[in-house]
Design a protein around this ligand. Structure first.
Ligand code: SDX
Length: 382
């Protein structure tokens, strides 16, 4: 093994085969189990897309009704999770709060497993755990934001679909259809993206036959980073720093002089633009019109044009998502937890696919440390 064989960051390495999604930078497209994501975002509720990613097919009416029946039984925040969240400092990062809540959920759900061999559970148990996480994460994220604002818990409403109920539990108002539709679209676009860093983290943990919750906790840790999921929060910090469109050029001069990474731009796989951006930008446009905020669109367009012209680097999904979540009323620190609530679908689909593959992920490394040497005075046993 020589250093020439090393592919830092696994750039360009095809690590395994998956049937869940196909990211195609050549055609700038993304398929979820064969369906173009923009078609799903325009026509499906997010829980139907969850069924597709978990089970391989869009649900029949009966299958969706049954999945909804089981999910609605698990939307409310369990007291043990609320207590765990209430013990967190109010200024803890919400991603740490979400990670703690999922850890507690996992400890409670796997309690009693006779040994680690039992923790991994059966395929049916893991399908139930996947639905459990999808159902309860909105309550975890919504309560976290309300608690930081000094507001109380809002119970879920069974008459609302997932996007509308998430907004209801966060803001206490039934959302306008324009807002609920844009939010549903963002959840579908964030749901899955092949072997991104957090999903691959989850697969590595699942490959040891550790339990699904441990794999999701690891994925949350990976998603928190600003080079990955944390970018949607960081995009809003950039917008706040710039202020308005008139400030873009001067801000960009300074940022590039300081060799800063401009959050919301660039992608490891897509090099001529992220296939999801047009669909999410269209959702942002509906929100700009709904809230009458042309200033947001002007800042968005000015920064995109200026940076793309200078560096030839294009927006990724986090760029339109940041301002969209801001217009919906989410606090900036809540943005990446929103990503968790959506990406938990893709994570759990991949974790279950990895269990079925039953293959430990353990790459090699090339060594460039000191040559072999020995401890002074050591004498080997005869
Ligand atoms: C997500 O993988 C997925 O699928 C992730 C994701 C998903 O759905 O799971 O799509 C979600 O994580 C999107 C990415 C969100 N992150 C950001 O917006 C952070 C800013 N972006 C960059 O950090 C960067 O673009 C990455 C990390 C996303 C990708 O980096 P790469 O592929 O490793 O490319 P690179 O860092 O090697 O960049 C190549 C060149 C470098 O210049 P040089 O050092 O060669 O001169 O382009 C420059 C980089 O400095 N560059 C940027 C830049 N992105 C790349 N320069 C300034 N700002 C940027 N955003």
């Amino acid at each position: 093994m020589t250093e020439q064989d090393v592919r830092k960051g696994l750039v360009g390495v095809v690590a395994d085969v998956t049937a869940i999604s196909k990211v195609n930078p050549e055609t700038n497209s993304l398929l979820y189990r064969g369906y173009p994501v923009q078609e799903l975002a325009a026509t499906q509720p997010v829980d139907a897309v969850a069924h597709l990613l978990w089970h391989g097919e869009l649900p029949t009416d009966e299958q969706l009704a049954e999945q909804r029946r089981r999910a609605r039984l698990q939307r409310a925040l369990p007291p043990e999770l609320r207590e765990a969240i209430d013990r967190m400092p109010l200024d803890a990062h919400p991603m740490d709060e979400v990670r703690t809540a999922v850890s507690v959920l996992g400890a409670l759900d796997t309690a009693g497993a006779a040994s680690v061999l039992d923790a991994v559970g059966t395929p049916e148990r893991n399908r139930e755990r996947s639905l459990r996480l999808f159902a309860v994460l909105p309550a975890i994220v919504a309560y976290g934001q309300r608690r930081r604002r000094g507001l109380g818990l809002i119970e879920p409403r069974d008459d609302l679909d997932d996007a509308a109920n998430f907004l209801w539990m966060t803001f206490g108002d039934e959302p306008h259809p324009v807002v609920a539709e844009a939010f549903n679209r963002s959840l579908i676009l964030y749901a899955e993206h092949s072997f991104n860093a957090s999903t691959f983290t989850g697969r590595v943990i699942a490959s040891t036959l550790s339990d699904l919750y441990s794999a999701v906790v690891g994925a949350i840790g990976a998603l928190k980073g600003p080079l990955h999921g944390g970018a949607n929060e960081a995009v809003m910090h950039v917008f706040d720093e710039i202020g308005d469109a008139a400030g873009v050029e001067a801000w960009l001069d300074r940022a590039l002089a300081d060799k800063r990474k401009i959050m919301g731009f660039g992608h490891r796989v897509y090099k001529r633009g992220d296939s999801r951006v047009p669909t999410m930008k269209a959702a942002l446009d509906t929100l700009v019109a709904h809230y009458e905020r042309p200033d947001v669109a002007e800042l968005y367009d000015t920064l995109e044009r200026a940076f793309t012209q200078r560096k030839g680097i294009y927006p990724n999904l986090d760029y339109p998502s940041g301002p969209a979540y801001n217009l919906m009323g989410f606090d900036t620190v809540t943005f990446t937890p929103l990503f968790v609530a959506a990406r938990v679908i893709g994570w759990t689909a991949h974790i279950m696919e990895q269990y079925a593959a039953n293959a430990l992920i353990r790459p090699l490394s090339a060594y460039d440390g000191p040559d072999e040497r020995h401890v002074d005075g050591y004498v080997a046993d005869e």
